[in-house]
Design a protein around this ligand. Structure first.
Ligand code: AMP
Ligand code: ZN
Length: 288
């Protein structure tokens, strides 16, 4: 089995519609794929409809969360698998995050327009096409304007968190997000905790607090993690009994990572399935 538990479609800030996304997974030899769009479950039905017979699907989402440390706010993402999408508290929180993503995206566009950059609100809304608005959508508008040649270049310049156009977005406090996912029967897994930004605070004491809040897993093998980060995260996972996952964080043409380039062991997926009670079993040949 080849399992990739973190991918984005055009239902958030990936570029692939579900058909192309499923085809990319199959072409890469992936046998089980998770859909983890930002702050939404809107792509689930289309992903199931697009699923070829040989591909299994784990329904999930990636939640925008934060922790405060030393008076500073750090953004950190939380993967959530196999939860009940109709859980009222979780659904309401995801709706709040999506509404804020729209306002924040428009606020970033307004700053760019005020500085004379030739993009517009309507252009970014058209690119997002109803998906929760993310910086990659603005990046594609900057590409269309000829200001950058890739979304990755846009992140290094106009979209940078330290740049003049950045606006922060609403997110959930991490322990509260973990609790919401557990109460919805889902399995919370910390996403790429050693990515730039949060790496300085995701130490052993941080993991102890997350585990106390109900965290069940950690994404260890991720394109942002070097060998030392992976080794340390494996140590922490073993120390706290966390499920270890590996995933590409595929975003289609928005990011230079290939679907299936990082993988999760089948025993880890089995542990996620066993820990879930969200009424959303794996779909496809690996259904259990
Ligand atoms: P936002 O959530 O709007 O702050 O935008 C950040 C998101 O963009 C993260 O989830 C990244 O994974 C995603 N992203 C997509 N493409 C890129 C890229 N080329 N460089 C950095 N982040 C990217
Ligand atoms: Zn992601």
């Amino acid at each position: 089995m080849t399992i990739d538990l973190h991918t984005h479609t055009a239902f958030s800030d990936g570029t692939d519609a579900p058909q192309a996304w499923a085809a990319a997974a199959v072409a890469a030899g992936v046998t089980t794929v998770a859909i983890t769009d930002h702050d939404t479950t809107d792509g689930w039905a289309a992903a199931i409809a697009a699923l070829p017979p040989e591909l299994s699907l784990v329904r999930g989402a990636e939640l925008s969360t934060h922790v405060t440390s030393g008076g500073r706010r750090f953004s950190i993402h939380l993967l959530a698998y196999l939860f009940d999408p109709a859980d009222p508290a979780l659904a309401a929180e995801l709706a709040r995050l999506r509404a804020d993503r729209l306002q924040r995206g428009l606020a970033m566009v307004d700053k760019m327009v005020a500085a004379g950059l030739p993009i517009s609100r309507q252009q970014v809304l058209d690119i997002a096409d109803g998906a929760p608005v993310g910086r990659p959508h603005i990046g594609r508008a900057l590409m269309a304007a000829g200001l950058v040649s890739s979304v990755t270049e846009a992140f290094a310049t106009y979209l940078s968190g330290r740049g003049p156009y950045y606006v922060s977005k609403a997110d959930t406090e991490l322990p509260a997000a973990i609790d919401l996912v557990r109460r919805a029967g889902g399995v919370p897994v910390l996403a790429h905790p050693r990515s730039r930004g949060a790496a300085s605070i995701t130490d052993e004491a941080f993991f102890a607090r997350c585990v106390a809040a109900g965290l069940l897993g950690v994404e260890v093998d991720h394109p942002d993690h070097d060998a030392a980060a992976r080794a340390d995260l494996r140590r922490l996972a073993s120390r706290f009994g966390l499920i270890v996952t590996g995933s590409s964080d595929y975003h289609g043409r928005n990011k230079a990572v290939a679907i299936g380039q990082e993988r999760t062991a089948s025993a880890a997926l089995a542990a996620i399935v066993a820990a879930s009670s969200g009424m959303t079993a794996v779909v496809g040949p690996e259904a259990r």
